[in-house]
Design a protein around this ligand. Structure first.
Ligand code: TXA
Ligand code: MG
Length: 309
């Protein structure tokens, strides 16, 4: 089933594939012409570096030198899984991947199709498989919506998590989380016994993690946080509630009843659906401060980015 896609990748073509976070747009990480196609297909600025996807620790070693003790602990605990680690890069890693930085981002995805693909086709660079500025794809149909119905996509159903991986820079201390995801700061700190730093997108992080300065995740509908005193009665607005004990039979109100996993799983599809259905805006109940559940900071980060557009 994967053979035709492996052939395409070997020929320097690009292929979208499922991961446990979102669909990725893959290209051979050692083929500059293929990587150029990724930037062109997405309309992605050349100064936004890409994540290299691997299916073993030895494959990661093609891109970075000796692993520190902390790196080994993190890889042991969280790979394969939704954690991207930023390492110092080997000199031969293509500048196209790293946008000229001295570091390289690497992730070993957990999704079985992704692992099978990478173990046969070799390491793949893979940004999310959406047009730049659109919400990341969590279904094969989202990829086709952005890239056309003939675009080669490996069908893997809905992605499990629905939000992109946690990005952690361990190339310098203190370690920094550039993007929150399903693996939390607390879980990371527990494994390495050290504090991490949380970098909000508006600080000097832009120089270190260029992707944080670009628009992301936004549908055409205006996204905003619901005010506490607001009547949720505008038919042009899609309302998303997450707290428990709120329910509604109205079709423009979706209630998650404390199920943040489901909200994360569906968020980007809700954004896209809101546009298809012609909603003018999406109003989302403000999230609680809860650092116990890693999905809450990750959701808050993605929604806030959409709100800021
Ligand atoms: O879950 C994910 O990570 C998905 C799936 C497909 O694996 N991929 C993904 O890739 O979200 P992308 O390109 O949409 O986001 C990668 C983020 C960007 O914000 C980029 O700036 C940052 O990682 N990044 C990549 N290399 C970096 C580096 N060397 N230093 C700092 N940030 C880096
Ligand atoms: Mg992306």
């Amino acid at each position: 089933m994967l053979d035709q896609y492996i052939d395409l990748l070997n020929q320097g073509e690009i292929v979208a594939f499922p991961t446990e976070t979102v669909y990725g747009l893959g290209a051979d990480a050692w083929n500059p012409a293929a990587i150029q196609k990724v930037f062109a297909q997405k309309g992605r600025p050349a100064d936004n570096p890409l994540i290299v996807h691997v299916s073993s620790v030895s494959m990661a070693e093609e891109f970075t030198g000796q692993f520190s003790k902390d790196a080994l602990k993190l890889m042991e605990q969280f790979w394969p899984g939704p954690l991207t680690l930023i390492f110092s890069k080997k000199p031969e890693v293509l500048d196209l991947i790293t946008a000229g930085l001295q570091t390289v981002a690497i992730r070993w995805p957990r999704h079985q199709l992704a692992q099978n693909l990478i173990s046969q086709a070799g390491p793949l660079v893979a940004p999310s498989a959406n047009t730049s500025g659109k919400p990341s794809p969590t279904k094969a149909d989202h990829v086709k919506e952005d890239f056309g119905s003939d675009f080669p996509v490996i069908e893997g159903g809905d992605t499990d998590i629905g939000l992109e991986s946690t990005v952690l820079d361990i190339s310098r201390t203190p370690y920094s989380i550039y993007r929150p995801g399903a693996i939390s700061a607390g879980e990371i700190e527990h494994v390495i016994g050290k504090k991490t730093q949380q970098n909000p997108p508006s600080t000097d992080t832009t120089a270190k993690s260029p992707g944080t300065k670009y628009t992301h995740y936004a549908p055409k509908a205006t996204v905003r946080w619901l005010s506490s005193n607001e009547e949720a009665d505008n038919l042009q607005t899609l309302y998303l509630f997450h707290s428990e004990n709120i329910s509604s039979a109205e079709k423009n109100k979706v209630c998650y009843n404390g199920n943040y996993k489901r909200l994360a799983h569906e968020l980007y599809d809700r954004f896209r659906q809101a546009d298809h259905k012609g909603y003018a805006s999406i109003a989302i109940e403000p999230l609680p401060e809860n650092l116990e559940n890693p999905l809450i900071p990750a959701l808050a980060n993605r929604i806030q980015k959409a709100v800021s557009q």
